[in-house]
Design a protein around this ligand. Sequence first.
Ligand SMILES: Nc1nc2c(ncn2[C@@H]2O[C@H](COP(=O)(O)OP(=O)(O)OP(=O)(O)O)[C@@H](O)[C@H]2O)c(=O)[nH]1
Ligand SMILES: [Mg+2]
Length: 384
Amino acid sequence: MFVDRIRVRAQAGDGGNGCVSFRREKYIDRGGPDGGTGGKGGDIVLVADKNVQDLSDLYYRPRLVAKRGGHGRGKNCTGRNAPDVVVRVPVGTQVYRLGAPTRQRRASGYRPAAAGAQGEEVLREVATAEQEQSVPAARERELVADLVEDGQRYVLAHGGRGGRGNASFKSSTHQAPREFQYGQPGETVGAELELKTLADVGLVGYPNAGKSTLISRITQAHPKIAPYPFTTLTPNVGVLAYEDYSRVRIADIPGLIEGAHEGRGLGHEFLRHIERCRLLVILLDMAGVDARDPWDDYRRLLAELQAHDPALLGKPQLLVANKMDLPAAKKNLAAFKRKLARASRSSKPRSVRAMPSPSLLQISALAGSGLDEFKRALRVALGG
Ligand SMILES: Nc1nc2c(ncn2[C@@H]2O[C@H](COP(=O)(O)OP(=O)(O)OP(=O)(O)O)[C@@H](O)[C@H]2O)c(=O)[nH]1
Ligand SMILES: [Mg+2]
């Protein structure tokens, strides 16, 4: 299963409570306060990891809960800090927060104890905090992080601070304090994680155009290839390695059909994954194996790209005619070139506008012809 968008709820741990305690020891009269501070609650941390492919782990665990910090104890013992919950996500994950984070009391054990002047102040603080969180948070969606590098971290929900023990309230004029603080509640955050694959090149084409065949020929990727539409159901990323060890990441996404922006076929779901590409490769089945005209395919693909996001058409494009090993391809190619030349002369509809420099490559992904030239062209187009 491939999951590229998921809602999660992250609940960081509460801080541990401070402790009220006095030193009791033989021969030591009035030993003084020795209640320790509570430990910090665990954070919920997202870490980008290049070995993680999608968000499916979170599909089975959409509620992330961290432990609370340990309570402070006598003899000035500080409570234990709770461990963070670390969630590995794929590189390219964007984090959207749904509403503002809240700090809510969870455990039932918070009973206001008899407290002195400072303790009351602490309790007042708690009361205002509770009032604040009772205001319903607006459900706005805000981009808060974009994890684009391996190892990049983002703290989705912060654990609460530990409360102060009575030892820390002691002063020269207040030598036997009974005040303490409750631990601060941990943050609760609703978030939506969205994977936008990071690749240099996006492969776009109708189903069966041969996208997966192409990527399997020039990279290490092994996508499923079959002579029926919608063989590819999820994006694949292949890495093309050149002799000088430079690399180009190519994303193969499921085929697009006319009306994809209305949800036909697999729809626009996956165009998200090529939004960040620097170059779009438009792959056309020049032999018209599925009884479609390559020129119509080209026009509709551009229209679908525009319907998803007009910015996609602003990206550099490389037009590639595939299946040139089949006899019908030669004839279609001549007609295609004529139409392309005509369209670039009349600059009428923007979506049909040809690329600034209409270079049309001819390959056969199956027979392997023209692939070296294609690799060189990719490099030139990417400016490397
Ligand atoms: N003759 C010929 N057939 C090809 C060529 N490239 C791909 N094919 C065939 O076209 C069919 C579809 O290829 P795929 O690579 O699965 O196509 P796709 O674009 O990934 O299709 P979807 O995943 O369904 O979107 C397969 O049967 C391939 O063998 C080619 O250059 N020449
Ligand atoms: Mg495919």
